[in-house]
Design a binder for this molecule. Sequence first.
Ligand SMILES: Cc1cc2nc3c(=O)[nH]c(=O)nc-3n(C[C@H](O)[C@H](O)[C@H](O)COP(=O)(O)OP(=O)(O)OC[C@H]3O[C@@H](n4cnc5c(N)ncnc54)[C@H](O)[C@@H]3O)c2cc1C
Length: 491
Amino acid sequence: MVAAAELARAGWKVVLLERNPDIGGFIASGERTLAGYTHDTFSSWHPLFVSGPAYASLGEDLARHGLEYRNTDDVVTASVAEDGAVTLAYRDPEATAAGFANPVDGQAYLDALERFGRSAPVIGEMMGSELRSIGLVRNLARFLKSNGRRGSEEWLRELATSGRSYCAREFTGTEVDHLWVPWLLHAGLSPDHASGGFLLPVLAATMHGFGLPVVAGGSANLIKAFRGLFDELGVDVHADTDVDRIVVERGRAVGVEAGGHRFDARRAVLASVTPTALYGSLLSESPSRLRTQASRYRYGRGEMQVHVALSAPPKWRDPRLNKVPLVHISDGSSSTGIACAEAEAGLLPSRPTVVVGQQFLLDSSRVPPGAGALWLQLQEVPYGAGWTPELARAHAQRAIDRVAAHAELDVLAVDVISPADLADYNVNAVGGDPYGGSSELDQSFLWRPLPDAGRHRTHVKGLWHIGASTHPGAGLGAGSGHLVATTLKRS
Ligand SMILES: Cc1cc2nc3c(=O)[nH]c(=O)nc-3n(C[C@H](O)[C@H](O)[C@H](O)COP(=O)(O)OP(=O)(O)OC[C@H]3O[C@@H](n4cnc5c(N)ncnc54)[C@H](O)[C@@H]3O)c2cc1C
């Protein structure tokens, strides 16, 4: 959507094809439980979007078409452990550090944020640009200049470190682990995956800097704003149009076919798909190395979404949680690590990390007056088939029970979206993976999506690969669409 808007604004004639009845992919909202309750069906939190270059480019245009955000400037996220211990993060890093039992840890936390802040511009530049390009050499030189040899090596070490090990090494207490390790799930990682040590300060700094913005009135209003902008720019949107083939003539992508109907493309085709689809079915021919690598592309754990309508806001046993937009129920690396291992072994975790979204605290229009709602996310569920509605409902109840151990809830209605439902809704969520493929280090950065295709320009002239399966990966940053649109506008 970002690429379509940016190219159309630069004067390109753009056709946007979507197989679902509406555009938006994993951005949607609606009354999924009861009348008067608006739930973000899938994604909800937009720190990646508002902190990224795509929003800097399109934010004002989308605002003209009705996009508004609601955010917090106080407490932003928290974790609650099995024994009821709570760790809180505020927008203010100092207030957050002041809550740590050992002042040495508080200072180490502030130092880690400060260190990230110094390198943030060049890290941001690398995340937003083509890694396999001469630009990388320039960025690495900048990085080396600002961090020195030793400092740069430290970053490299962070990249090789898991979140669990980073916290154990850098802090004496458990607060940073408790607070931020569950956030690695939102990056598609586990506490024991490499690159967690790099991502933890990035996640923390993003939350301190940008909070947890949600779309006023529900995520569908972002799609409405895009629709308005598309109408203004003349983007030709075709929903219910499943592209089954990319047409290549003399080595160049010249259009696509959907159900026998051909759409011609004079300048470029951008495909927001998985490598499995691109090299496995959409292109009839590709080099065998690419096809082999695509066939070995790994998907990550599955994900479940549970929407709960409440007669009143939850009454948390620790009342500080009554105003936190997003709470993790987790003991940090220990319980989240076990739950991830269970899910990766094909088991349903007995003590899942529950992501508890309380969007209604930021946006009262989401629920009837005096009511409450929960957006529960379970990111440690097995990848693949075998899901029945009964199994999904039982696991959802396990999650609700885990919340009820910490808060009084008066549940009126529940809506459950299983990994199988995710995969049915969006072909990019293979096996229910919400992030378009595992985000482990070997499938990220230079190697996303594939070692031989670690950039957005493909081996077919005029064909560009974008979306969560490509650098800089999953989430609502729209990084790849913006990057490719920017490159194409310059060409
Ligand atoms: C439940 C859930 C919660 C999440 N929460 C958050 C969150 O709060 N914040 C955050 O930043 N991220 C979140 N994410 C991740 C984020 O939503 C995704 O990473 C992001 O939506 C990926 O965007 P994308 O542009 O790659 O495309 P997608 O959202 O995957 O959209 C791709 C679109 O292309 C269409 N398509 C694919 N193939 C074809 C074809 N052949 N023909 C026609 N159309 C096709 C699909 O139908 C789909 O509409 C969440 C994901 C899920 C599933």
